[in-house]
Write a protein that binds this ligand. Structure first.
Ligand SMILES: [Zn+2]
Length: 575
């Protein structure tokens, strides 16, 4: 992704804000950062866990943009010295978006971060979360037990919410009462009673949990176990006939058990209550189109041998130059998991006061668990992710005296030289792909496959009333190889549309004025040494209707005998 520049003389700042949000959402971004720098506001978007520079908003327009974003998210625009939280729910063109916004005063100015909530992953179902066959069977067994506690662990951004919501979706049946306590409620699930923690009024996890237990629940989701009190109530609830699902911020199964013991959860209760632990990380997936095979380094060989007991001579790696469909050889992410099903040996050991951490470790890792490393390496063997990714996300505990960095650099260097030779041969044989040629000559692109995502965006949102000029401008859009993520963008169009019943009041039309103008700068579609620089091209963007819901909606499902579908929808103004 290369950076873009907007023409601020012709484009109202409101349109720029809308466009940035829409572009990020369509690119599958999870967050948008607006970082105040001395020379302006740097906008970065996070795709597949990686922040990428998108545009630099000049200092003169910085304040306007910040104000616009605060206004959209219902923040106090006159307050700039205190942190604020807000949210945006509404339609941007043809996209319904649900976003959480945070504003933080820094020494350079206000930093705003927008988190785009995406439910599509959780809605796909458990079988699409990347569990290996063995782990998936374990998981199914664990959630089939009507009581006990199942924990999902991992750092922030490891996909814990997606996994817990997917489990909840699987368990969500008419005949069970599911109540959640969350901070925040990230996704509304029909048929489930969800409670939002509000610490300002003393409504914390523990208080809500005590009340939940009086509501005859079958299944309880606790957003996160953060303190001893919550941990104790959770464990007690799970041995009194409830299925408890929760997340905890630890690295792996072993650390989770240790953490719970450190939280003073009684051993005999824990040994009875704990059903299983799912630990996970997210690894970037290799682009299937341009991944490359290479020989394994000595360090990799040793790790494969130690962890899986096999000799591996060749693995797939990322083509770090990437292709038209990926970013640096990666596209999308997959979870790497460790699923520990608590067996009788572990139960017995947990009950033993004198059990040392070392003994517990031995017990956990000699059980039938597939460790994070083993699962990760298997996914490397399958060509789904790279060893480099596994090395990055998992702390490899090994006595191998390694200099992996140096080894890898050498292998990559060799690989590059081979590729350069190949590229040279290809160029001389004039076998440049259609896409490449059109970029070089800057001619309209005929290939459907390479159609720029921007033009998809534009076509989707254009109102039928475009005048002649706009139409002419539109055809120019084709000239700009705006993004290489065509396929991904299309995938993201499948963001679920929220039905009209969800809309609480008449949506406010916030903006639908003049069309913004974008100047797109040099693109890096090609990684050839002698890349031709295309002139910056003016592209006129369409007008986009944006409507924001003015209030936060809370839906409480009332289960009733004659109509389980009845819902009462209430509204609460943002405080
Ligand atoms: Zn690729």
């Amino acid at each position: 992704m290369s950076m873009v520049t907007f023409d601020y003389k012709k484009t109202p700042i409101t349109q720029v804000a809308d466009y940035i949000i829409m572009y990020a959402a369509k690119s599958g971004a999870s967050d948008i950062h607006f970082d105040p720098h001395s020379d302006g506001l740097m906008v970065r978007i996070r795709i597949d866990g990686e922040l990428r520079d998108y545009t630099l908003v000049p200092t003169d327009y910085e304040r306007n943009l910040t104000t616009r974003l605060k206004l959209l998210s219902n923040m106090n625009i006159t307050e700039s010295r205190l942190p604020q939280d807000g949210s945006i729910k509404g339609t941007f063109g043809d996209l319904y978006l649900d976003m959480r916004v945070s504003c933080l005063p820094t020494n350079e100015g206000e930093k705003i971060v927008i988190r785009i909530l995406d439910y599509t992953r959780s809605l796909q179902g458990l079988e699409h979360l990347g569990f290996s066959h063995t782990n998936f069977l374990k998981l199914k067994r664990m959630i089939a037990v009507p009581n006990g506690i199942v924990l999902v662990t991992g750092a922030t951004g490891s996909g814990k919410s997606t996994t817990t919501y997917s489990i909840l979706q699987t368990l969500n049946k008419k005949e069970v009462n599911i109540i959640t306590v969350e901070d925040p409620v990230e996704m509304n699930i029909e048929g489930i009673n969800q409670v939002q923690v509000n610490s300002e009024i003393g409504l914390n996890f523990a208080t809500v949990l005590r009340s939940i237990l009086r509501q005859d629940p079958n299944i309880i989701l606790i957003g996160e176990i953060r303190d001893s009190e919550t941990a104790k109530i959770a464990v007690r609830a799970s041995i009194t006939g409830h299925f408890v699902l929760s997340t905890i911020h630890t690295n792996n199964s072993l650390a989770t058990i240790e953490r719970l013991l450190d939280m003073d959860v009684e051993r005999y209760l824990l040994s009875t209550a704990l059903t299983g632990i799912i630990s996970q990380r997210l690894a970037k997936m290799l682009c299937p189109k341009c991944r490359v095979k290479r020989v394994t380094t000595n360090y990799e060989k040793k790790i494969f041998k130690n962890a899986l007991g096999i000799d591996v001579a060749e693995i797939y790696d990322a083509n770090h130059d990437g292709c038209s469909e990926c970013h640096n050889g990666y596209k999308g992410r997959i979870a790497v998991q460790e699923v520990l099903e608590i067996d009788d040996d572990i139960r017995l050991a947990l009950n033993n006061e004198k059990l040392t951490k070392e003994e517990l470790r031995k017990l956990v890792y000699t059980s039938n668990v597939i460790t994070l490393l083993q699962d990760g390496l298997t996914k490397v063997l399958d060509g789904i992710t790279s060893f480099e990714e596994i090395y990055r996300i998992i702390e490899i505990d090994s006595d191998v005296n390694d200099d992996y960095g140096a080894e890898l650099a050498k292998v990559n260097e060799d690989q590059k030289q081979t590729q350069e030779k190949e590229t040279l041969t290809e160029t001389t044989n004039s076998t440049i792909s259609g896409a490449t040629q059109s970029v070089l000559s800057n001619k309209p692109n005929e290939s459907k496959n390479m159609e720029p995502a921007t033009s998809t965006t534009i076509n989707n949102q254009t109102t039928p009333t475009i005048d002649g000029t706009t139409l002419v401008e539109q055809s120019n859009v084709q000239e700009v190889p705006f993004t290489k993520k065509t396929e991904e963008t299309q995938e993201n169009n499948s963001t679920p549309q929220i039905t009209s019943t969800e809309i609480v009041s008449q949506p406010q039309i916030i903006s639908s004025t003049a069309a913004p103008v974008i100047v797109s700068e040099t693109k890096s579609l090609l990684n050839l040494a002698e890349q031709k620089q295309t002139e910056p091209t003016l592209v006129e963007l369409p007008k986009v209707e944006v409507s924001i819901e003015p209030v936060i909606k809370e839906t409480v499902a009332i289960p009733s005998a004659d109509n389980p579908q009845i819902q009462i929808t209430g509204t609460t103004p943002i405080s």
